[in-house]
Design a protein. Structure first.
Length: 215
């Protein structure tokens, strides 16, 4: 069976796997973004807190994703839980780092002007600092999403959802007629999803970042 015939024959299963893969990455990125921005807001005013936050995130990235998922299995079991925890943890560092960099990069004169017109600290953060820090935060989200696309495939090791199951099935059946087709279908599907997500982020940036502060 050719690759195109395989796609035609298995398109429903592949689309279901692709949807699960995209959904898992998107939901984990929402969680990682919320946590990452909160950590960035809590840490950016202090040098030691900022260093601690980025060092902790960097340390997490030194743990191989397969090992991380393997360590989580005895704690939370197989399936969706280890996938969600691992992806959220791995997505934190780029968001935290870029949130800290973005918030520290806001012009102090603008913050002083906001303070001078009577804005509270919370209002300054929400209406001045975070909007101006949004471009680097969005860049961190883009980087993290691309990284999670690949890591999510490894989650199939723990019976997680997504296109990784197609790749693992192909590897497990090497030598069979459709083994290469399965690996190719899963790999190309992940590449296509990564490109679609990145295009969506570019569009989001154009819609949410004023032209005057675009990089």
């Amino acid at each position: 069976m050719s690759f195109w015939e395989y796609l035609a024959d298995r398109h429903q299963q592949l689309l279901a796997d692709a949807w699960q893969h995209a959904s898992a990455v998107l939901q984990c990125m929402v969680a990682a973004t919320a946590l990452g921005v909160l950590i960035g807001v809590a840490a950016y005013r202090s040098d030691w807190a900022g260093s601690l936050a980025t060092t902790a995130g960097s340390t997490l990235l030194t743990v191989p994703s397969l090992a991380m998922i393997g360590l989580l299995i005895p704690v939370v079991g197989l399936g969706v839980a280890p996938t969600v925890i691992a992806l959220t943890l791995y997505g934190l560092l780029p968001v935290v780092r870029n949130a800290i960099v973005g918030l520290r990069g806001v012009d102090p004169d603008l913050v002083d002007a906001a303070r001078g017109i009577g804005m509270s600290r919370r209002a300054r953060l929400l209406r001045v600092e975070l909007p101006l820090a949004w471009p680097p935060i969005l860049t961190g989200i883009r980087v993290a999403t691309q990284m999670l696309m690949g890591i999510a495939a490894i989650a199939a090791y723990a019976s997680g959802p997504g296109l990784g199951n197609e790749i693992f099935r192909g590897i497990a059946s090497l030598g069979s007629a459709n083994a290469l087709n399965q690996v190719l279908a899963g790999t190309l599907g992940i590449i296509v999803l990564a490109l679609l997500f990145d295009a969506a982020y570019v569009l989001l940036g154009r819609l949410t970042i004023p032209r005057g502060i675009r990089a």
